[in-house]
Design a protein around this ligand. Structure first.
Ligand SMILES: Nc1ncnc2c1ncn2[C@@H]1O[C@H](COP(=O)(O)OP(=O)(O)OP(=O)(O)O)[C@@H](O)[C@H]1O
Ligand SMILES: [Mg+2]
Length: 316
C-alpha cells in the first residue's frame, strides 16, 4: 500500500503523525518505508533521531575527488544517483529505548532527501516521473506500507506523484491519500480547498488522467492536535460555553466544506510531548507517564483504519 501524506498548510502535524503511524504499523510486524518527499525541508531524519541525517543525507565527495554529490531522494529523482540512500531506523536511531526493542516488530526504513536539496520544478521531465514510478513500484513491492510525506500545499511533489501514480505500472497498486489539518477554521477551509479547490488534488489528479471518483474515494482527512473540550475544567463558565459553541461551529463548517465526520480517518489529540519535541512516542513513554496513552491509542486507530478495507468503501 502506498500512502501519501499531505496538508495544505505547514506545521499541521503531517510529519509527526505520519512517522508515528509508520512506527505503530512496524511495531505490528508490518514492513514500513517512509519516504521524505518534503523537498524544501527534508528533515525526517530528525523525527526518527538519526544522528547525521537530521537535515537529510549529507553530501559526499565523489571518488574522482571532485564535486560534492548527494545520494538522497533529490539526487535519485533528478538522476544524479542510481539509488536512494535508505536507513534502517530501528538499528540506527539514537533513541536507545527504540534500539533496545529493535528485534521486535517489522522493518522501518527511511529514505531521506538530500541535505540542502531544496524544491525543484522538473515535473515536466518524463525522466523524473519515470524514476518516481520505478521508486514507488519498488518500495510497494518490498514493503507492506510505504508512507510518502509530501511538501505542504499545492506542491511540485504532489504533482509529481499524481503523474507517477497515473502511470500504467502503478495502476494495480493500492494508493491512499491522507490530508492532515488542525482543528481550526482556517485549517478546515485550507484542507477542503487542497482537495476540492482550484489547482487542488482532484483537479490536478484529473489533469494527470486519474479518475476523479476513484481518487476521491482514496482520500481521507486526519485532524491533528485536537483539544478535548470535554476535558477543560476549572475555567470560567463563559469560556467553557464559548469553547463548546466553537466545537459545534467547527463540526458544522467541516461538514459544509465536505470534510465532515464520514471523511475522517482519525483524530489525534493534543499531546504535550509533541508540543515540545517532534519525535516517535514509544510504549515506554506511556508507561513512564510522559506521553498520554490516548495519543498512542489514536495513532493505533489511525493504523487500524488505514488497513481496514471497509474504510475505503465509496462515500455517498
Ligand atoms: N498531536 C499533537 N499534539 C501537539 N503537538 C503536535 C501534535 N502533532 C504534531 N505536533 C507538533 O506540531 C508541530 C508541527 O508538526 P509537524 O512538523 O509534524 O507538521 P508538518 O505538517 O509536517 O509541518 P511542515 O509543513 O513544516 O513539514 C511540531 O512541533 C509537532 O511536534
Ligand atoms: Mg513536515
Amino acid at each position: 500500500m502506498i500512502v501519501f501524506a499531505t496538508s495544505d498548510k505547514g506545521g499541521t502535524g503531517r510529519s509527526v503523525t505520519s512517522c508515528n503511524l509508520g512506527y505503530r504499523l512496524s511495531s505490528r510486524g508490518k514492513r514500513v518505508a517512509y519516504l521524505d518527499f518534503d523537498f524544501g525541508s527534508p528533515t525526517a531524519g530528525a523525527l526518527f533521531e538519526l544522528g547525521g541525517y537530521e537535515r537529510g543525507v549529507p553530501p559526499e565527495r565523489d571518488r574522482a575527488g571532485g564535486a560534492e554529490q548527494g545520494l538522497g531522494l533529490h539526487s535519485y529523482l533528478l538522476g544524479s544517483a542510481t539509488a536512494a540512500v535508505r536507513i534502517n531506523v530501528r538499528d540506527k536511531t539514537d533513541r536507545e529505548d527504540m534500539r533496545r526493542i529493535r528485534g521486535r516488530g517489522g522493518q522501518l526504513v527511511l529514505f531521506p532527501g538530500d541535505q540542502g536539496g531544496g524544491e525543484f520544478d522538473r515535473r515536466n521531465e518524463p525522466s523524473v516521473i519515470d524514476r518516481c514510478v520505478r521508486l514507488l513500484h519498488a518500495v510497494d513491492t518490498e514493503f507492506d506500507v510505504s508512507i510518502i510525506d509530501l511538501s505542504a500545499g499545492r506542491s511540485i511533489a504532489m504533482d509529481i506523484v499524481l503523474r507517477a501514480t497515473a502511470d500504467n505500472a502503478l495502476s494495480a497498486r493500492t494508493v491512499r491519500w491522507l490530508v492532515f489539518h488542525r482543528w481550526t477554521r482556517q485549517h478546515i477551509y485550507a484542507a477542503s480547498s487542497l482537495v476540492h479547490g482550484p489547482h487542488g488534488l482532484l483537479e490536478c489528479g484529473v489533469r494527470a488522467e486519474h479518475d476523479r471518483d476513484e481518487l476521491l474515494n482514496n482520500i481521507r482527512f486526519v485532524r491533528t492536535a485536537v483539544p478535548r473540550v470535554d476535558r477543560i475544567r476549572g475555567g470560567p463558565a463563559p469560556q467553557a460555553a464559548w469553547l463548546h459553541g466553537q466545537e459545534r461551529i467547527l463540526n458544522e463548517l467541516a461538514g459544509e466544506v465536505r470534510i465532515g465526520a464520514s471523511t475522517v480517518l482519525g483524530t489525534i489529540p493534543v499531546e504535550p510531548m509533541l508540543q515540545w519535541r517532534e519525535q516517535l512516542i514509544l510504549d515506554v513513554d506511556v508507561q513512564r507517564e510522559i506521553a498520554n496513552s490516548e495519543t498512542v491509542v489514536a495513532f493505533d486507530r489511525l493504523a487500524d483504519g488505514l488497513l481496514d478495507p471497509r474504510t475505503w468503501r465509496p462515500l455517498h
